[in-house]
Write a protein that binds this ligand. Structure first.
Ligand code: CMP
Length: 133
């Protein structure tokens, strides 16, 4: 059955003109773009989006980074979308990501790791509301 998921292209990737390459990798892997939006997040929006991490020591650094420039939110669809997109983006830490994954290819470090993808149906339902109806 077709499933939707959310990809965020983060400020480090937008800044380095990687939007096209990242979207191309998604399309080449069978994802269909259902909606897309470029947006500069306000601090409150970023804190809400990443609320699950609010007790983590890296939370403030993460919020500062993700509000440092525009991001691109992409609503994607395919069979088994959530799991397949997580595999395609790779490990949170680009140094640990498998060759060929988006974070391996483009990530700079564990904070500036180029992309975010929903990790479950529940997080997708929560996260998508920040960008799309
Ligand atoms: P993301 O998949 O968007 O989910 C949470 C984000 O927090 C993560 O990608 C990184 O950008 C950031 N992050 C996760 N772990 C760390 C860490 N140990 N130090 C700094 N930033 C982190």
């Amino acid at each position: 059955m077709k499933e939707k998921t959310l990809l965020i292209i983060k400020p480090d990737a937008v800044e380095r003109n990687l939007i096209g390459k990242i979207i191309m990798m998604c399309e080449e892997n069978g994802f269909v773009i259902k909606n897309i939006q470029m947006k500069k997040l306000e601090k409150e929006e970023a804190e809400s989006f990443y609320a699950i991490h609010k007790e983590k020591e890296f939370f403030n650094k993460l919020v500062d980074y993700v509000t440092s420039g525009p991001i691109v939110a992409v609503l994607l669809e395919r069979e088994n979308a959530i799991e397949i997109l997580r595999d395609l983006i790779g490990n949170t830490d680009p140094k640990k990501a498998k060759p060929g994954t988006i974070r391996f290819l483009f990530g700079l470090d564990i904070t500036r790791n180029s992309v975010h993808a929903s990790d479950s149906k529940e997080s997708f339902e929560y996260e998508v509301k920040h960008f799309f109806e």
